[in-house]
Write a protein that binds this ligand. Structure first.
Ligand code: C2E
Ligand code: MG
Ligand code: MG
Length: 625
């Protein structure tokens, strides 16, 4: 006697899965194909479970062959199901083997052997037997459990081996899924008459759906695929080495957002997405973020024509909520021949470059070729070096001496951050400070620099120097914890605050109120402030005067401009600053003539390659301390 209480609700739930799977656009990737097969096979198992169990109970009324065929179909799908789960697990672990590889043969062997026994049962009665007395288990019935435990053990083995590839959440999901199946089989072995194993399979499906198939992750509200979807899709395409990407970015996206308003722009993006999807239904289409899009096709795809066509559409406005949006797009392409990069690198560089070209003033409707092998390799290397330095606290600090203009003696120094690339090459701040500011790493990086400076000067005789300049980024200035962290670091190394001069640029004056408060606090604790790169931007003198600076550093551009074409502007400025009690440093001094001129107009300190380039701390100690 079989109990069907669990099977009918299970079928209904499966149909819901199927509906949602088919109604949403799905990426053509292996993971989704496997999931679809899982749902389908699960449905078939349920169907034949009901049919065969009924036939087994009513065998007298049915021809023997029919009962046998129904049982056979049930066992066939029953075995296929566990193989599919195993493959799904392998795929999540990025270990799915090539179809013609020996690994594939090995993995499938147990499945095929079991299926062979099932199919032969019609004549041999190996797994089951139907005769005048109905259904009996055959001598090889337990092969279905052997098959299950074989794949389950393999799954756990691979999960263990590849655990580092997965996030904690994904680990829990995939382990959970397999544990649920294990419980299901134990229950089935104990109570075979309850058709309850299917419920466990359903639970496992649910875990998979939520963790790995969630449409909210892979689609956007604009109707395109999302950024994580692009990563996944490219992972398979990169493996096959056959793809071409056409990316495009809305020119000056953030300005456009300000002009048209957020709502209108969102509407605009929705219109662009639906236009592309309708015009190129066979090409997976992705919206990354901030006005950046990507279409992916095969290597032979004619991107030039595609770019021209899409560009032509941008010559007409996008009409959203009674507003006409006039948008411009810049295009770039990238292909699988670009080099041996992995999917992460491809996606990352694509996103970075798209974002970048959208902001830059690239003219015309040209199609930029993304040469990954050089430019972006560098960008990726920088990002890697930055992550590493921040994680391990291994940023390098160089010191550049600052000279007293009158005596020519070293009087101070500026601390400048450096990173080390893969081969130990130096990476300069202009390459990584911007990135560190964007992702917030600048906070930890800045603290590291200060800490290294303090440690160095607490271990060596610093009497030679009056102060050391440390650069502060605008992001650090906005950080409310800055004061306590900096005071902490100094007291840990017993460095008196007046020894540290913090250099900030005009870019820090985003929020004047916060900055004033921050500066006053730190001033009260003894730190000094120097305005860096004076003359490189539009200076708001009245604002500057109200901030508690003790010194000004003239940018090398303004220094050079003056020396090339001397006029009274700079000398007057210097005089005014000095009258207000500010010290003046001239940066970028490369020749004696410039040094003399700067001294003559009243600069107190000089810094530049003429005296020394920034050098590693040890070298600085040997030379100057
Ligand atoms: P900055 O603060 O204006 O630093 C001066 C830059 O000019 C340094 O470049 C220095 O090597 C360079 N320099 C010095 N003398 C000469 C010269 O005679 N000729 C020329 N052509 N260049 C000279 P560097 O080290 O590449 O730093 C660039 C910028 O990166 C710095 O400009 C500073 O704004 C930023 N930076 C460096 N280290 C840090 C840091 O630890 N934290 C933060 N937030 N920013 C940093
Ligand atoms: Mg500086
Ligand atoms: Mg400077």
């Amino acid at each position: 006697m079989f109990h069907f209480d669990f099977t009918f609700p299970s079928i209904l739930i499966l149909l819901i899965f199927l509906y949602f799977f088919l109604s949403e656009p799905r990426l053509p990737v292996r993971k989704n194909r496997l999931f679809f097969l899982l749902v389908l096979v699960e449905l078939l198992v349920l169907l034949f479970d009901i049919l065969s169990s009924n036939a087994d109970m009513n065998y007298q009324d049915l021809p023997i062959w029919l009962t046998a065929v129904l049982n056979m179909a049930y066992f066939v799908f029953f075995l296929a199901r566990i193989l599919l789960y195993f493959f799904y697990t392998l795929n999540i672990l990025r270990r799915f083997p090539d179809v013609r590889s020996p690994a594939m043969l090995l993995y499938s062997s147990v499945f095929f052997l079991s299926e062979l026994l099932v199919l032969s049962s019609f004549w041999t009665g190996a797994v089951f037997l139907i005769d005048q007395n109905g259904y009996h288990r055959g001598p090889f019935y337990n092969i279905i459990y052997v098959c299950f435990f074989f794949y389950l053990l393999l799954s756990f083995l691979f999960i263990f081996l590849e655990r580092k590839k997965l996030s904690r959440r994904d680990q829990i999901s995939i382990i959970g899924c397999n544990v649920i199946l294990l419980c299901g089989y134990i229950v089935r072995m104990l109570m075979p008459q309850y058709l309850v194993l299917n419920v466990f399979y359903l639970m496992a499906l649910l875990v998979i759906f939520i963790s790995f198939e969630n449409p909210a992750v892979y689609t956007t509200s604009y109707g395109s695929f999302s950024f994580p979807a692009l990563r996944e899709y490219l992972e398979e395409r990169v493996e096959k080495g056959d793809f071409r990407v056409l990316g495009f970015a809305l020119r000056n996206y953030s300005d456009a957002r300000e002009i048209y308003g957020i709502k209108q722009m969102e509407q605009g993006i929705r219109l662009i997405c639906s236009y592309i999807k309708k015009t190129y239904p066979s090409l997976p289409f992705f919206y990354l973020r901030s006005g950046c899009f990507a279409l992916v096709g095969p290597e032979k795809m004619d991107v030039r024509k595609l770019a021209d066509d899409i560009s032509a559409r941008f010559h007409r406005p996008w009409v959203a909520d009674e507003t006409e949006l006039y948008l411009n797009a810049v295009f770039l392409q990238m292909s699988s021949t670009a080099g041996s990069l992995d999917a992460d690198q491809v996606v990352e560089s694509l996103a970075l470059s798209l974002f970048d070209i959208g902001q830059r003033d690239v003219t015309g409707d040209g199609l930029l070729d993304l040469d990954l092998s050089t430019l972006l390799r560098h960008e990726i290397a920088v990002k890697r070096a930055l992550d590493h330095a921040v994680e391990t606290g291994s940023v390098d600090v160089f010191l550049q001496p600052i000279m007293d203009a009158q005596t020519g003696a070293v009087i101070g120094a500026e601390a400048l951050a450096r990173l080390r690339g893969d081969q130990g090459s130096l990476i300069f701040p202009n390459d990584f400070i911007g990135l560190a500011e964007k992702n917030g790493q600048i906070i930890r990086l800045g603290e590291q620099v200060l800490e290294k400076v303090c440690r160095f000067f607490s271990e060596h005789d610093r009497r030679q120097l009056q102060w050391v300049n440390v650069n502060l980024s605008p992001i650090q200035c906005m950080n409310p914890e800055l004061r306590t962290r900096f005071v902490d670091i100094l007291s840990r190394y017993r460095v008196p605050p007046p020894f540290i001069h913090l250099e900030i640029t005009e870019a820090s004056m985003i929020d004047y109120t916060v900055l004033t408060e921050q500066m006053n606090e730190l001033r009260n604790r003894g730190f000094c402030f120097v305005l860096d790169d004076y003359g490189s931007g539009y200076s708001n003198l009245s604002r500057l005067q109200r901030l508690p600076f003790t010194g000004i550093k003239l940018d090398m551009e303004i220094v050079r401009a003056h020396c090339k074409d001397p006029n009274p502007v700079l000398p007057t400025l210097v005089r005014v600053f000095r009258e207000r009690g500010l010290s003046i440093t001239a940066e970028g001094i490369e020749t004696d003539a410039v040094a003399e001129e700067m001294t003559a107009i009243g600069c107190d300190y000089l810094q530049g390659y003429l005296f020394s380039r920034p050098v590693p701390m040890d070298e600085f100690r040997q030379k100057y301390l």
